[in-house]
Design a protein around this ligand. Structure first.
Ligand code: ASP
Length: 344
């Protein structure tokens, strides 16, 4: 089969051009991408594109978009060698994380990219990002895709999607993956870091999209002096099933009974708590300090070196599939899609 890539446009800065009449930035007609990026013709293979019915600034993202994307990917899976999803940068790390958990048995590249400057601007970073993403989405050796996983391409690096965080609101190097090496580095040549890339799944079955996410979740970032009422307000949300607790350093939290009692009460109420560090790099190590030992004893699950973006999406996915608290804890504790390092 001749190489073919599908670009899926969801919105974000990359798709903006200046309205010729008003000069205001507005989404461009994605069907005309070839006139906006004529370089695409030089690939010499099929590049199709689809725009989602509703083009959004990614700050308006809702989980239903992930479901739509998964369905599109599964429905078109056999027809394309790889997929490039154009997405706003603000929540790209959430979407890439979510899709990594929702897509079972993915064996082809799904690459998210976007840009800091609109594609219609002369200095745009969008063209290079798009072109590099297409090149990597099409890259195969002996018929096997080089990067058969959900990733984010930005600037001169390709990262595992569920390891990535947006770290800069202006720089062309807007993303970073602190706890996992880049999957590829883009210079004159593209250097693939084979050891860092997930293998193609062994199952011969086609991929499957798990779309029953449960968004009854919250993130609580602790800070010195956090009012008891804030902890109560979050942990007493009716129907809450999962809480990402953003702790200090290697997973440390206050040892005062006022704090710990509220955490224990939430656990007793059936809420699963996942301990994620506020630090950009490094890992939670519960039990290392007295300040995390009590969380461990109470039954909080270690998020190890997971990002907050991946943690919240993993929680939604796991809660969507399991109801037994032990199953939920076991799944959170496991490495499902390369999102955590188990030796941490
Ligand atoms: N607010 C925009 C978005 O996330 C920013 C961007 O695309 O870079 O959709």
């Amino acid at each position: 089969m001749e190489t073919s890539i599908l670009i899926i446009y969801t919105g974000g800065t990359i798709g903006m051009v200046n309205d010729p009449e008003t000069g205001v930035l507005c989404p461009f007609n994605f069907n005309q991408i070839a006139s906006e990026v004529p370089e695409l013709r030089e690939f010499g293979f099929t590049i199709d594109n689809i725009a989602l019915p509703e083009i959004i600034d990614s700050s308006d993202l809702r989980p239903s978009l992930w479901t739509d994307l998964c369905r599109l990917l599964v429905d078109n899976y056999d027809r394309y060698h790889g997929f490039v999803i154009l997405h706003g940068t603000d929540t790209m790390a959430y979407s890439a994380s979510a899709l990594s958990f929702m897509l079972e048995r993915l064996g082809k590249p799904v690459i998210f990219t976007g840009s800091q400057l609109p594609i219609g601007k002369i200095r745009t970073d969008g063209k290079e990002n798009l072109i590099a993403a297409i090149e990597i989405a099409a890259a195969r050796q002996d018929g096997i895709p080089l990067v058969p996983e959900v990733s984010i391409l930005f600037g001169d690096r390709l990262f595992r999607g569920n390891r990535t965080t947006k770290i800069n609101a202006e720089s062309f190097d807007a993303f970073q993956s602190f706890n996992h090496p880049p999957l590829a580095e883009i210079g004159i040549h593209v250097h693939y870091n084979r050891d860092a890339i997930l293998p193609v799944p062994s199952s011969p079955l086609p991929p499957f999209a798990f779309t029953r996410l449960d968004a009854s979740v919250a993130i609580l970032k602790i800070f010195p002096g956090i009012p008891a009422g804030v902890i109560d307000a979050v942990t007493r949300v009716p129907g809450l099933r999962g809480l990402i607790l953003e702790t200090y350093g290697s997973g440390n939290a206050p040892t005062r009974p006022e704090f710990l009692d509220k955490i224990r009460r939430a656990l007793d109420a059936g809420i699963t708590i996942y301990n994620v560090t506020q630090c950009a790099g490094g890992s939670v190590e519960m039990g290392k300090y007295e300040t995390s030992r009590e969380l461990l004893r109470a039954g909080v699950v270690s998020g190890r070196d997971i990002t907050t973006e991946a943690a919240i999406c993993k929680m939604m996915r796991v809660l969507g599939e399991y109801s037994d608290p032990d199953d939920i804890r076991r799944q959170l504790d496991a490495n499902l899609r390369g999102e955590v390092s188990l030796n941490k």
